[in-house]
Design a protein around this ligand. Structure first.
Ligand code: ATP
Length: 236
């Protein structure tokens, strides 16, 4: 890790009723770092993001953000503290233009480097479509708008859920091409992915989940795709 952790989960269990989705999960993301959490369907990735953003509360263990225990802190307070979630499925406003959608993200924003221009610099495809309504955007443009909207709040930690879901490979590459510009502004990123290739290409570290448990944690540069694939499918 580059620095002391901005986000740290220790020994986190999460249940849906009687069903346990996460088992004693430890995870840390340093300020400025990009962590990719990977795993197959049902591995617990979305549950992890819900636990970080406060939509689910751990039944055991702790979530610390910026040095504070936020395990019991409400979602809106975590947002104010600098945690932004771009949910799976995007959810932008179809009747509003790209630019209006981005401005919604600036409501109550923290001070920081993200402006409309900075978002357009990171995502040139949005600059060209700034007056287009959300409902007329392609899936990739909607995804970029959703990420841009989250950035407009100047988050310290950007959580990205399944960026590549349902998008064509060329569009996925466009979205991921923006990540260096995002981290260059000091924004810490935790990305949840099923796509191993993308995860390994963009992340400093990868953590692989299988049925709610960590089965691999490694620096992206030091691990082979085969090792990650074996952990992912539980054949390692
Ligand atoms: P996906 O890629 O399909 O989103 P995931 O890795 O994000 O998968 P989760 O959605 O976190 O996985 O689900 C982890 C486990 O928890 C799965 O077994 C799932 O069936 C279960 N689960 C998720 N949401 C609920 C819920 N609301 N009630 C009961 N079980 C749930």
């Amino acid at each position: 890790m580059k620095d002391s952790a901005l986000l740290e989960l220790s020994g986190v269990d999460v249940h849906y009723g009687d069903f346990q989705a996460l088992y004693g999960l430890d995870l840390a993301v340093a300020e400025g770092e990009t962590l990719a959490v990977i795993g197959a369907n049902g591995a617990g990735k979305t549950t992890l993001l819900k636990t970080i953003s406060g939509l689910m509360k751990p039944t055991r263990g702790a979530v610390r953000f910026a040095g504070r225990d936020v395990s019991r802190t409400a979602t809106h307070k975590r947002v104010r503290g600098g945690i932004a979630l771009t949910p799976e499925g995007r959810r932008i406003f179809g009747s509003m233009t790209v630019e209006e959608n981005l401005k919604v993200g600036a409501f109550g924003r923290r001070p920081g480097p993200w402006t409309l221009q900075a978002v357009y610099d990171a995502f040139p495809l949005l600059a060209e479509k700034r007056t287009r309504r959300g409902g007329f955007l392609s899936g990739g443009e909607q995804q970029a708008t959703a990420i841009g909207r989250a950035l407009m709040s100047n988050p310290r930690l950007l959580l990205l859920d399944e960026v590549s879901l349902g998008l064509a490979p060329v569009v996925i590459a466009d979205i991921y091409a923006a990540l260096p510009a995002i981290t260059a502004k000091g924004t810490t990123v935790l990305v949840v992915e099923q796509d191993l290739t993308q995860a390994l290409a963009v992340a400093d570290r990868v953590q692989c989940l299988l049925e709610g448990r960590t089965v691999l944690e490694a620096s992206a540069a030091s691990v082979s795709r085969a090792e990650v694939a074996a952990a992912y499918f539980g054949t390692g």
